[in-house]
Ligand binder design. Sequence first.
Ligand code: ATP
Length: 238
Amino acid sequence: PDGEPVLHVEDLRVSYGQVQALRGIDVTVGEGEIVGLIGPNGAGKTTFANTVSGFLPYEGTARYRGDEVAEVGQSDLVERGVIHCTEKRDLFGFMTVEENLKLGAYRRGEEARDERLEFVYDLFPRLVERRNQNARTMSGGEQQMLAIGRALMGDPELLVLDEPTIGLAPVILEDISEGIERIMAEDPITIVLTEQNVTFALNHADRLTLLENGEAVKTGSPEELRGDDYIRDSYLGG
Ligand code: ATP
């Protein structure tokens, strides 16, 4: 319905047995917004990403366009445009770059798929040069780019990008930054971005939440968080 946020999360709690990974998180993501979840190792970022994509049981509320994620279920969420790009990338190593990309568009017709392929190649020219290379022989950064490209092939309405910059060299990081900027300029989508790289997240997100130990300790715009003493001292090197 109109006015309904794309994602609305309230008092979200997730546990793995005795380990409580999220302890009551509130996050709302509006149409066309990039919302960042930042925090150190073990803060709960991946747990949040996996939960909103429908991979984990939870308590509290997590609604995608008004419908409870747990009721919609993971595979219907994909059908409805919730595309998850994991930290671990999940590429098909013995398939080529192009085959991996095409698989990302399995929901779509051939024509739409080819159009989309052109869009992704245009966004990440590095993938064009390597279109016939097996995914497993790509560098870590190139694989990350491929994983994002494949997610984009699915024409996401909500892209869940889990730690896209982890372990990336600055050059590739720059390519991915530019890619995100171009998507938002040309064909904006809604993104949940989890990141340990606070600077990267501040550069791209409209609003951010800092998670520590499963709790939201700060929330605000990039300007607000850049000006926050605690964030500056603990996450931006003072
Ligand atoms: P990182 O940046 O290191 O990936 P993160 O912020 O993504 O960290 P999570 O992966 O969400 O953090 O983990 C949050 C907490 O939940 C951690 O204490 C972690 O050890 C725990 N945890 C995550 N997955 C499991 C699991 N399958 N079983 C038990 N505990 C888990």
